[in-house]
Design a binder for this molecule. Structure first.
Ligand SMILES: *[C@@H]1O[C@H](CO)[C@@H](O)[C@H](O)[C@H]1NC(C)=O
Length: 338
């Protein structure tokens, strides 16, 4: 009798312990940090991804990223409105010949993809033959914007075509944009240095500042990007140029459009091979050789760029790009925020 009681008690206690364990694990998985992000769930995902990245099957990695994206898109309150917008339709390019949609994300090696898709559209027999000017002449290059089609044509393509784009670490992307557009400005793009830069300086440079005759500095760029209210009127004025810094969530709206592959610049080699295969153009075109270290995350560089910038401004900046960090599985740059 006594033995039986003890046995029951043990079962009872075991069940209790198990229940407690589940509750604790569940509570941990739901735990959010001060920015409203699920703490452990993302860590778990990143761990899993790291584990799979070392394997031979890149398709698994892409699948895992996709699954994560569709899971987190369900809690959209983190990143505001991400509905398919005019901006997104303007930003997606159509290859009707091969049933491909490509969302451009500048500074993600994006001209190479455009050239490849233009070459595949049949007007030119190789990438080398495409005149540089034609790469951005969307009326003539056989790679029209999705926004140039009728709503019905758009729906059909969104539903049936192979869709992809490339992302990179959001803060490194902003540094790269800043360097490429404002610091080492190309003569072919004078508006960044002579129009947008001065407009940002007028708004964000303090009059007492020691900087008098220098161009835009990173601090001012960061203030503009994180300026939720002040930014809107300026963005409108800057027009298409904002694609160089608008969050990927707004440019490509991946929560509303189901992309087949979202490649990462950090793993461009594997992602490119995978995209060419999945899009069915593996035999037709080849992507130019990828320079080694093209997007190896450089923490030193990120730290150096943000070293003179106030925590408040960095947190405001992060708030705007939080969706990009979260949805595409980039680690939160805690070393800048805390
Ligand atoms: C990282 O960035 C720093 C500063 O810009 C640079 O000196 C260094 O060479 C970079 N490291 C790598 C591995 O590219």
């Amino acid at each position: 009798e006594n033995k039986r009681m003890r046995f029951r008690l043990r079962i009872f206690l075991s069940c209790g312990c198990l229940l407690l364990l589940f509750t604790v694990v569940d509570w941990l998985l739901r735990l959010k940090d001060e920015r409203g992000e699920l703490l452990f769930e993302k860590q778990l995902f990143l761990l899993l991804l790291m584990f799979q990245s070392s394997g031979a099957n890149w398709g698994m990695v892409v699948e895992q990223r996709s699954q994560w994206l569709s899971d987190v898109c369900k809690s959209k309150n983190l990143w505001g409105d991400t509905h398919v917008s005019e901006l997104a339709l303007d930003n997606i390019f159509v290859s009707d010949r091969h049933n491909i949609l490509f969302c451009q994300t500048p500074d993600g090696d994006d001209d190479e993809w455009k050239k490849l898709l233009i070459a595949l559209s049949g007007t030119f027999s190789s990438v080398e033959e495409i005149p540089e000017k034609l790469v951005h002449d969307y009326e003539k290059n056989g790679l029209p914007r999705l926004s140039s089609l009728t709503p019905q044509e758009i729906r059909h393509r969104l539903k049936n075509y192979f869709k992809f784009f490339i992302v990179r670490d959001p803060f490194e992307r902003l540094i790269s944009t800043f360097e490429g557009k404002f610091l080492f400005n190309k003569p072919s793009e004078p508006w960044y240095k002579y129009t947008i830069g001065p407009a940002l300086i007028r708004k964000y440079r303090k009059s007492s500042h020691h900087l008098r005759d220098t161009g835009l500095v990173f601090d001012e760029f960061v203030q503009y990007l994180g300026d939720e209210d002040g930014r809107k009127a300026m963005d409108w004025q800057f027009g298409q140029h904002i694609i160089h810094w608008a969050p990927y969530m707004e440019l490509c709206t991946p929560c509303d459009i189901h992309y087949d592959v979202i490649g990462h610049l950090e793993t461009l080699e594997q992602d490119t091979a995978h995209i060419l295969r999945r899009a069915g153009i593996e035999q037709l075109g080849s992507y130019p050789p990828i320079s080694p270290g093209i997007a190896h995350y450089n923490k030193t560089k990120v730290e150096r760029y943000f070293s003179g910038i106030s925590k408040k401004d960095i947190r405001r900046l992060y708030a705007r790009y939080q969706g990009d960090f979260y949805v595409f599985g980039y680690p939160t740059p805690g070393f800048l925020l805390n």
